[in-house]
Design a binder for this molecule. Structure first.
Ligand SMILES: Cc1cc2nc3c(=O)[nH]c(=O)nc-3n(C[C@H](O)[C@H](O)[C@H](O)COP(=O)(O)OP(=O)(O)OC[C@H]3O[C@@H](n4cnc5c(N)ncnc54)[C@H](O)[C@@H]3O)c2cc1C
Length: 451
């Protein structure tokens, strides 16, 4: 095991990636001298914020803990403040008040909301939903709001829209592209999700961009295609950019908007690692690099960075974009490539589809479930999955992510052994049924080719 020099390990950022890295480093080598520099005094999962706004989680106290206390309990030094620069040559990190030497460094500065240049975006009651402070302000504003407009139909936009609707607020969701969640799902699955949003009373305004946010001091409306949609609250959910300001002029390589790392999460500068939303990650399937912006990636990368920076050995293989969401009572999930993405990569595919149920068909509390699997036509390898329905989506996405990462084929999934009991799962597993559907299509094609 390599030992760290006398100045120990310094970590910038105490979010999912930074704190996980600190704890992983401690577990790897208890003697490691760790200093965590962070602008935040609370540790929380941003993923929980929409559910506090909707009041499904009682209050913000339930999702947050004092970061200083966590550090104290774990033997980690905690420095509250903003790291403003890194001196790679002299191996120091400067905050506004102090300069901290490091032996190894982990950058885990997260991301920042990307706000489009819309007139009126500065008005009162126009928010982004990124940090706990944003959610606290939004939550306060919902108390006397009747109309909300959410701009952006990605996962956070949908969760915000659903949260407002749960509170009885009239909601319009504006998405510039043709479908909501269209970067994650194919149009057929986007439509299933949109149906649920509309059923619950969310107005979808698609294929149109916001022209202006209208108001005097406070927001009053959002102008889209000449129409003014009333708004007491606006949430701009228009993307997140990796937070890379700290690495400007350091020589640490940035590519595609985020910090570039290798399979050990090390940057091009030896001894400096990076993890979480500030990085770009490699797609396991295409080998292309892009920001992942998922809490799961932050935790996986943070773990690898912490172990390696503390002298251990761990590898980060890349991502398959495994994502799940709960929109009202609808669960949705995906992993790997969509049909659209596969086509753009020039991959010929065969799909397997099934309409199934979450329990045995006759069981009273069963709910519907639709599942689509995507296989490479040339060798039958699974490369993507989409699932929408009333339950059990997370387990299926986890299994299918593993199947993709292990290069499982359609034959492997047709032969899958699974569990069954009427109240929990149908006797015919939907993954097997969808694989059989694809298998039959492949067989027919092969037979046609032989003739
Ligand atoms: C509303 C919402 C819902 C989400 N839902 C999900 C979900 O369901 N599933 C999922 O997988 N992901 C979800 N995500 C994404 C997930 O939360 C992020 O990917 C994850 O939090 C990234 O972790 P991180 O540590 O890289 O960044 P962050 O959590 O942003 O932490 C970065 C930390 O670094 C600090 N910092 C930044 N710069 C400096 C500096 N210069 N000096 C000191 N400190 C600094 C910041 O203050 C912050 O505390 C959601 C995100 C949001 C906003």
């Amino acid at each position: 095991m390599n030992t760290i020099s006398k100045h120990g390990l310094v970590i910038i950022g105490g979010g999912g990636a930074g704190l996980t890295a600190a704890l992983a480093a401690k577990k790897t080598s208890f003697e490691t001298d760790i200093t965590l520099i962070t602008k935040d005094c609370l540790s929380y999962s941003p993923c929980a914020l929409p559910f506090v706004i909707s009041r499904e989680i009682e209050d913000f106290g339930k999702i947050s803990k004092g970061l200083e206390d966590i550090c104290k309990m774990s033997g980690i030094k905690y420095v509250f403040g903003e790291a403003v620069s890194i001196d790679v040559k002299n191996k120091t990190v400067k905050t506004k008040h102090t300069e901290i030497p490091y032996g190894r460094l982990i950058i885990a500065t997260g991301g920042n909301p990307s706000i489009p240049p819309i007139k009126g975006a500065h008005l009162r009651n126009v928010y982004t939903l990124h940090r706990i402070e944003d959610a606290q302000k939004i939550s306060e504003a919902t108390k006397d709001a009747k109309h909300a407009v959410v701009v952006g139909g990605g996962p956070i936009g949908l969760e915000a829209a659903a949260a407002f609707r749960e509170l009885g607020i009239k909601v319009a969701l504006v998405e510039g592209l043709e479908y909501v969640l269209c970067r994650l799902f194919d149009p057929d699955y986007c439509q299933l999700i949109e149906k649920k949003l509309e059923e619950k009373g969310i107005e979808l305004v698609k294929g149109k961009n916001v022209e202006e946010i209208v108001g005097a001091d406070k927001v009053m409306a959002v102008k889209v295609a000449g129409r003014e949609i009333p708004a007491d609250i606006v949430v701009l959910s228009t993307g997140v950019r990796p937070g890379i300001k700290i690495v400007e002029n350091t020589g640490i390589e940035v590519s595609g908007g985020g910090i570039k790392t290798d399979e050990y999460t090390e940057t091009n500068v030896k001894g400096i690692y990076a993890a979480g939303d500030c990085t770009i990650t490699k797609s396991v399937l295409t080998g292309k690099h892009m920001p992942s912006l998922l809490g799961t990636t932050a935790i996986r990368q943070g773990t690898v960075a912490g172990i390696n920076a503390a002298g251990g050995h761990a590898v980060f293989d890349g991502v398959l974009g495994s994502t799940i969401l709960k929109i009202f009572d609808l669960e949705v999930g995906r992993c790997g490539l969509t049909e659209k993405e596969a086509k753009a990569e020039g991959i010929e595919t065969v799909t397997g589809r099934v309409k199934s149920t979450t329990t045995a068909e006759y069981y009273p509390k069963g709910k519907w479930l639709e599942l689509k699997l995507l296989f490479e036509a040339k060798d039958g390898k699974i490369i993507g999955a989409q699932v929408v329905g009333g339950g059990g989506v997370a387990g299926k996405i986890n299994l299918l992510t593993f199947a993709i990462s292990r290069k499982a084929t359609v034959e492997d999934l047709v032969r899958l052994e699974y569990c069954y009991t009427p109240p929990l799962a149908p006797s015919h597993n939907p993954i097997v049924l969808a694989a059989e559907n694809a298998y039959r299509k492949m067989k027919r094609t092969r037979e046609k080719e032989k003739r």
